[in-house]
Design a protein around this ligand. Structure first.
Ligand code: NAI
Length: 457
């Protein structure tokens, strides 16, 4: 049996881990991951992988240079591959028609054109990137514009991994979704992609649909998840006014099996490269298809998220006598969630920028995201320093703003921290991570989300 060759175009947060797990679980396939970014590929070939993800290093170490290769030779990769996964970035458009909402598909289109240019036989092309519904139609037009008359099959196989738990999500997915054309060739292409995942994913968890359902499901899944966060956060504001406790409310509401207990945690809001961009894309699509009421409905999820970060800073100001000017504020956590160094769309960016506008002096600590935090705040004006050691960040601080739910923050010595801070010492727990009663007993004035503040005045 000849070895099947898989190519993945795009060596980012999705392409990197996804292909590593496929290589690990499918030794019979040879997998090459290519990218235009030479530095990124060099990092994938080094001991310092370009992204942090628990368990990733071990998987890469097992497969790299066995059946997993990283390269910048895109033409060779395309020529040799039987199946091409496209995992390039699809950010929100920042210019022209649809700016701020529509997906910027220029990277996807360039990839399709590269396939047309270098392929000398027909192939299966798998959309791994998150795309607007009906993108496969445009993709098909471009691919079939090839002068050689080659036939391509387009498959939609959106990725549902969450950063921070990517390896576990890939190894034990709730479901794998594979959409294709409802033609005999389309169905055969679906089966080829099913055969990859069937090496480790139980068959009943592999769902096959038509192309458009698959493309749309990814946007809908992210919209529903983000909607849950915004719903809970909206209620957290009401809890703070009424002395109801958001943890008690969500725990009790989540016991209804129709609601479910997961993803009901109040916080400063969602972040990451996907939720906001994918909802905005959904909003744009609804507008495009003449459904303004539907567009407005989903747009409110993003508005509520922005409001929650603003509300958090508003609460800080109100608690600290309406001014943070010249006060040192320790920022604990900058990544958009725990167990990743990724800071794309992190609510920490908005919170820090607002605090800087109020002339606060920021001391930022994060176990994995300081490099990215520096880049995010490169153009921000004000007094900012980055601290590898959390105890340096809190020295002389008037307040702590905890913005990421890193488990290591629970283990900090808060008595020592209290002693290092200015008094009265304020702690704003934007993730409801810490033991608030204990902190209050140490002497902190504690402000959780959606719960009564514990103060000494
Ligand atoms: P990323 O920005 O980390 O990686 C994309 C890579 O594609 C970059 O390294 C870029 O250099 C490369 N690239 C762009 N154009 C190229 C071209 N023409 N030829 C070769 N390489 C090219 O993006 P990420 O986070 O991996 O996301 C990729 C897609 O997956 C997006 O559509 C995203 O919405 C989706 N997604 C992301 C998830 C996440 O947690 N980050 C989860 C699920 C889906």
């Amino acid at each position: 049996m000849t070895t099947k060759k898989i190519l993945c175009i795009g060596a980012g947060y999705v392409g990197g881990p996804t292909m590593a797990v496929i290589a690990d679980r499918c030794p019979q396939y040879q997998i090459t991951v290519v990218d235009l970014n030479e530095k990124r590929i060099a990092a994938w070939n080094s001991d310092e992988l370009p992204i942090y993800e628990p368990g990733l290093e071990e998987v890469v170490a097992r497969c790299r240079n066995r059946n997993l290769f990283y390269s910048t030779d895109i033409p060779k990769g395309i020529r040799e591959a039987d199946i091409i996964f496209v995992s390039v970035n699809t950010p929100t458009k920042t210019f022209g028609c649809g700016a701020g909402r529509a997906a910027d598909l220029q990277y996807l289109e360039k990839t399709a054109r590269a396939i047309v240019e270098y392929a000398d036989e027909g192939k299966i092309v798998v959309e791994k990137s998150t795309l607007p519904v009906r993108t496969a139609q445009a993709m098909s037009r471009i691919l079939h514009s090839n002068p050689k008359g080659l036939k391509f099959q387009i498959i939609s196989n959106p990725e549902f991994l969450a950063e921070g738990t990517a390896i576990n999500d890939l190894e034990n997915p709730d479901r794998v979704l594979i959409g294709g054309m409802e033609t005999p060739e389309g169905q055969r292409a679906i089966e080829e992609v099913v055969a990859i995942y069937a090496n480790w994913v139980p068959r009943e968890r592999i769902i096959t649909t038509n192309l458009w359902s698959s493309e749309l499901t990814k946007l809908v899944s992210n919209a529903l998840l983000a909607q849950r966060v915004s719903s809970v956060n909206s209620i957290s504001a009401l809890c703070e006014k009424t002395e109801a406790n958001i943890n008690e409310v969500t725990a009790a509401a989540g016991r209804d099996s129709r609601i479910g207990a997961k993803f009901l945690k109040a916080s400063i809001g969602f972040g990451g490269s996907c939720f906001k961009k994918d909802i905005l894309n959904l909003v744009y699509l609804c507008g495009y298809y003449g459904l303004p009421e539907v567009a407005e409905y989903w747009e409110q999820v993003v508005r509520m998220n922005d409001y929650q970060a603003r509300r958090f800073v508003g609460n800080m100001l109100a608690a600290m006598f309406n001014t943070v000017a010249d006060k040192k504020i320790a920022i604990l956590g900058f990544a958009f969630k725990a167990n990743t160094g990724d800071t794309r769309e992190s609510p920490a960016i908005a919170v820090c920028c607002q605090l800087l506008e109020e002339h606060a002096r920021l001391r930022i600590h994060d176990p994995k995201a300081l490099g990215n935090a520096r880049l995010d705040l490169e153009d921000a004006e004000g007094d900012i320093s980055y601290c590898e050691d959390p105890y340096d960040a809190v020295k002389g601080a008037h307040a702590i703003a905890l913005l990421t739910e890193w488990d290591s923050f629970r283990k900090l010595d808060f008595r020592r921290i209290y002693d290092l801070m200015e008094k009265p010492a304020f702690l704003f727990d934007g993730r409801n991570l810490l033991d608030h009663r204990k902190l209050y007993e140490i002497g902190f004035n504690v402000y959780p989300i959606g719960q009564k503040a514990l103060t000494h005045f």
